[in-house]
Design a protein. Structure first.
Length: 622
């Protein structure tokens, strides 16, 4: 009997060779990770796990993201091998046809128009999984077998004053749900949703705790908290709690329950508001982000081990988030000083080290036949001013505000939707926009008028001492010449510095383009505006109606010309069959999906424009 069982097993292995050579293609995205920053930190020894992968595998030396260099667009390109003209991800804020002019949909909660590889591979019999990867929201179809995505934020974070009566206190979480607190002494507390303290959790003074509950639909909703007080009688007690959050989990029966029971509720990603209001310290802010990163790592590795997907995609946002907030490297930026610049760069380095620590937990869990792809969607460049394209439209009489300062749709002919360094201008065209007022015979003339408005737009130059222009120009020249080997860009950077030092006003747009023309093939999609605005280096777009160039909320941004070195992303690949070396041929983020299609033996869709990376697929490409 044992001989027959062994023979049957061998026959099955021969009939289904994939069972005998199981492997997982693991794709991890580190949002906003700059190519040059990663190189520098690896050389300094700050990224030991990235360095280990780079030394054992292949490191892309000449990779660019797509245009526009935005998170939604590039992640869609990574997942599909296609540009925004196919995926519909023309911006992080999407305005779709047949909606009111002011409508904007969050691209991270919108469907892809092109099928991602995890969905196509699933149709081909592969097992696939996604954790938080932009574009993988299972709510919109094209999902993986096992999918975990950002869910609902039930209420934002808060600092709650507490009034203890004896040793008891409570505060409302929602209208119909209170949190009850009992103190056993001035340092030990119990928390529960039940006034009788059923299933209470314990947390000491100034210690993190968490509470969660399950909804009728099976979602696990929860938050973390910390009670703070400096007086023994707790008369100044205050409780900080994170936002109340949940995940969108989809898969076979029992999968959601499995994840919820194993890892608890989906934690808050970060809390800039609480940090700015001094509800929490920088250390506590980092602990919140670390908790989120650890949850992502734990869930992803558990799915890999238990469900054994052929494809696994997951995502870390921390580098992008810190770089947006703290990329203070240009003397023209508000609040610049060498001391503050060094402090802020420390925050960015912290985010790089955090994701390197997470990678350090991933590496021991990889099997001999697994392959690992470390990617980013784009880099990040410093910004000193933001532009308000809707103010330009208002000055031209094309955007009309009512007495309350709100856009009057019955009188407005155009509206701009901004994201990062780009903005789409939409004409309120009758028949396309809901309630549109511009007739077809007026359209072409109006579009040309809008084009001229932004081509001629000028703003006051950011002033700082002449020696800083010299420093800025030299630093850019050195970076382009030495690190990128690009003489033309090095010369251009010097010319830019000279121009900045001499001009009083500047034209802040790199490009003002009519979409649908030969110059805009990447964004020729029905979601695109009638005019595409692309800011020059140092500027980004504001979504609002202010009447001046305002100080930026962010210090780093992206979205513009992907050939700028600061916007270069990363790609490091290692594992089964991938040799050590460099990928020196020019590649794009669109080339990642075709490479994966080739490696897993699934036929790619016709819309794919990227090409398999030859250094990674080896002899599989003739």
């Amino acid at each position: 009997m044992r001989k027959w069982t062994l023979a049957l097993f061998i026959c099955c292995m021969m009939a289904f060779p994939s069972l005998a050579s199981a492997e997982t293609q693991v794709v991890i995205s580190f949002d906003g990770m700059r190519h040059d920053f990663l190189e520098g930190l690896m050389k300094k020894g700050d990224m030991p796990h990235f360095k280990k992968v780079a030394e054992k595998g292949m490191y892309a030396e000449n990779i660019q993201t797509i245009y526009p260099s935005l998170t939604s667009a590039s992640h869609a390109a990574i997942a599909t091998g296609a540009p925004p003209s196919e995926t519909g991800m023309v911006s992080n804020e999407i305005h779709m046809p047949d909606k009111k002019l002011l409508n904007r949909d969050d691209a991270f909660f919108s469907p892809l128009d092109a099928e991602p590889i995890w969905s196509k591979a699933r149709e081909d019999g592969k097992t696939t999984a996604t954790v938080l990867f932009p574009g993988s929201n299972p709510k919109y179809g094209n999902q993986a077998d096992y999918a975990v995505y950002y869910g609902k934020t039930w209420t934002e974070s808060a600092l709650v004053p507490l009034e203890f009566k004896g040793k008891k206190a409570k505060f409302p979480l929602f209208k119909n749900r209170n949190v009850y607190i009992r103190a056993t002494d001035s340092n030990t507390f119990y928390y529960s949703f039940d006034p009788a303290m059923k299933d209470a959790v314990k947390a000491g003074l100034n210690e993190w705790g968490s509470l969660s509950y399950q909804t009728k639909s099976g979602d696990l909703v929860g938050f973390s908290f910390k009670l703070k007080s400096s007086k023994p009688d707790l008369s100044d007690a205050r409780l900080y709690r994170t936002a109340v959050t949940s995940a969108n989990i989809a898969g076979p029966s029992g999968f959601k329950k499995d994840i919820n029971e194993k890892f608890g509720f989906f934690p808050m990603q970060d809390d800039d508001t609480a940090l700015a209001k001094q509800w929490i310290t920088r250390k506590e802010y980092e602990e919140i982000s670390e908790r989120f990163a650890q949850w992502t790592t734990d869930v992803s590795l558990y799915i890999k081990e238990k469900y054994k997907p052929d494809l696994l995609f997951f995502y870390y946002p921390q580098v992008d988030h810190e770089s947006h907030k703290y990329l203070l490297v240009d003397p023209r930026q508000p609040g610049f000083s060498e001391e503050r610049a060094e402090q802020y760069m420390g925050y960015i380095r912290w985010s790089y080290r955090l994701v390197d620590d997470m990678l350090g937990q991933v590496l021991p869990q990889l099997k001999a036949k697994d392959r690992l792809f470390l990617v980013s969607d784009h880099g990040m460049e410093p910004v000193h001013s933001k532009l308000s394209p809707n103010e330009e439209l208002e000055k031209a009489g094309l955007l009309v505000l009512d007495e309350d300062g709100k856009v009057n749709l019955k009188k407005s002919k155009a509206f701009a939707v901004a994201s990062g360094s780009i903005a789409h201008v939409y004409i309120n065209l009758r028949g396309r926009e809901k309630g549109g007022i511009v007739d077809e015979d007026e359209y072409d003339t109006l579009r040309r008028d809008i084009l001229k408005i932004f081509e001629r737009a000028e703003v006051e130059k950011k002033h700082f001492p002449r020696q800083d222009y010299v420093y800025y120009g030299f630093a850019s020249w050195w970076h382009n010449l030495v690190h990128q080997g690009d003489i033309a860009d090095a010369v251009d950077s010097v010319r830019e510095a000279i121009s900045l030092a001499s001009e009083e006003k500047v034209r802040p747009y790199d490009d003002v383009l009519m979409t649908g023309s030969g110059r805009t093939p990447e964004v020729n999609h029905e979601n695109a505006g009638d005019i595409l605005l692309v800011a020059k280096r140092g500027y980004y777009m504001a979504q609002g109606d202010g009447n001046e160039v305002m100080e930026p909320d962010d210090l780093g941004n992206h979205g513009g010309d992907p050939s700028r070195p600061e916007l270069f992303p990363i790609l490091v690949a290692a594992g089964n069959g991938i040799p050590a070396g460099v990928i020196d041929s020019p590649i794009s983020t669109m080339d990642i999906a075709p490479t994966l299609y080739e490696l897993i033996g699934v036929e790619q869709p016709d819309f794919v424009e990227g090409k398999p990376i030859r250094e990674l697929v080896g002899e599989k490409i003739p």
